[in-house]
Design a protein around this ligand. Structure first.
Ligand code: AMP
Ligand code: MN
Length: 319
C-alpha cells in the first residue's frame, strides 16, 4: 500500500483509531497526521479520538485531536488505524460510512481486513511500526520519530514482548537517531504511574484470585471502587501485565466495570493460551498473547464464561 497514492487528489482526510486509545493507537494516528500535513499541505487533515491520556500530550498534534467529532462534511479518505472500524469511537462511525474511500491499517490478528483498502500485518509489533514502513523516510523528523517510537514501545512493552522482531529493533535504532530524550519518554509514558494508579494496582493485586490449579489469575474493579480512587479506564493500562508476571500463571484476566452488568476484559497469556481466540469468541479480539473484549453479566458470570474457553486450551496442551 502507498499512503500518498491512496490520498491523491484528496482535500479532506480523517484519521481515527479505537475507543480508549492506547499508546500505539495515539502514536500511530498522530504519526500519520504529521506525515500527511507535511506531504499534503493543501489538504485538511483531522484526527478523531476519545481523549487520550495526558501522558501523550507531548506528541505533536495531540492538541489538535477532535474528541467530539461533530463535523458533518464527508471526507475523501478516512483512515482507521490499530482497529477494525466497529471499534472506533461512536461519533466517528457516521463520517466513516459517508467517506469516499476508507483505509484500514492494523496489526491485530483478529482483523480480517476492512475498508476499501486494507493493510493488516499481524506479524508487525505495532501499527506505529507499519506507519514507519509505509512513509517516505526522508519525511522523518524528531516529532514524527517520537510519535512512532511511543507507539512501538507501548505495544512491545519497551521492546520486551514476543512481538518484537529484529526489524522492530532496527526501526527503534533509526528513530532514536533523531535525538529525542527516549529514556525520559519511556519513563514518563510507560513506567511512571500516579500515586492513585499505584494504590489501585496494589488493591487489584491484593484482591486477585488464582484458579485452575494456580495456572490462571483474575482480578477486577467495579465502578464504585474506580470512583472511590478517582480513576478512569485510561488510568488502568498496564495493570494486567502485573498479573501476568506472577510465577506459574499461564493466563491473566483483568476486568473493570463499564456499565450495569458490563465489564471490559483484558487477557494476557504465555505460549499455552491463544487469548485472541478467547476474546474473539466474546466479540472482541487482539493478539495471541494480549487481547480484550467487553462482556455482559456479573463479575463471576464473566469469569466463568472465560474460564471454560481458557480451560479447553490448557487441557489440549496436556495431551
Ligand atoms: P487491552 O487489554 O484492552 O489493552 O487489549 C489488548 C490487545 O487487544 C490490544 O492490542 C487491543 O487493541 C486488543 N483489543 C482489546 N479489546 C479489543 C476488542 N474489543 N476488539 C479487538 N481487539 C481488542
Ligand atoms: Mn496496536
Amino acid at each position: 500500500m502507498n499512503i500518498l497514492q491512496e490520498c491523491q487528489g484528496a482535500s479532506r482526510i480523517a484519521i481515527t483509531g479505537h475507543v480508549r486509545p492506547d499508546g500505539d493507537c495515539v502514536g500511530s494516528c498522530l504519526a500519520l497526521y504529521q506525515y500527511l500535513l507535511k506531504k499534503m499541505p493543501q489538504a485538511r487533515v483531522q484526527v478523531y479520538l476519545e481523549k487520550p491520556a495526558e501522558i501523550f500530550a507531548g506528541i505533536k498534534g495531540y492538541d489538535q485531536i477532535d474528541t467530539l467529532c461533530e463535523d458533518t462534511d464527508p471526507y475523501d479518505v478516512f483512515f482507521v488505524l490499530d482497529s477494525v472500524p466497529e471499534r472506533m469511537m461512536e461519533p466517528a462511525q457516521k463520517l466513516y460510512a459517508q467517506a469516499r474511500k476508507t483505509v484500514n491499517i492494523d496489526h491485530h490478528i483478529s482483523n480480517s481486513g476492512a475498508g476499501d483498502v486494507s493493510y493488516v500485518v499481524p506479524g508487525a509489533s505495532s501499527t506505529a511500526e507499519l506507519i514507519y514502513e509505509l512513509i517516505d523516510k526522508e519525511a522523518l523528523d524528531t516529532d514524527l520519530a517520537t510519535a512512532i517510537y511511543i507507539g512501538i514501545i507501548h505495544d512491545t512493552g519497551v521492546f520486551q514482548y514476543s512481538n518484537t522482531s529484529p526489524r522492530t529493533m532496527e526501526i527503534g535504532a533509526h528513530l532514536i537517531r533523531f535525538g529525542f530524550d527516549f529514556p525520559k519518554l519511556i519513563q514518563e509514558t510507560f513506567y511512571q504511574k500516579t500515586y492513585l494508579q499505584s494504590h489501585v494496582l496494589g488493591r487489584v493485586l491484593l484482591e486477585s484470585i488464582r484458579f485452575m490449579d494456580g495456572s490462571c489469575i483474575v482480578s477486577g474493579l467495579d465502578r464504585k471502587t474506580m470512583d472511590f480512587y478517582g480513576v478512569e479506564p485510561k488510568d488502568l493500562d498496564g495493570i494486567v501485565n502485573h498479573l501476568r508476571n506472577i510465577k506459574g500463571i499461564h493466563c491473566a484476566i483483568f476486568m473493570y466495570q463499564t456499565g450495569v452488568l458490563e465489564y471490559k476484559v483484558s487477557l494476557r497469556s504465555d505460549e499455552l493460551v491463544d487469548v485472541s481466540e478467547v476474546a474473539s469468541f466474546f466479540g472482541g479480539g487482539g493478539h495471541v498473547r494480549a487481547a480484550g473484549c467487553t462482556m455482559k453479566g456479573t463479575f463471576h458470570d464473566c469469569v466463568n464464561n472465560l474460564s471454560l474457553h481458557i480451560e479447553k486450551q490448557l487441557e489440549a496442551h496436556k495431551d
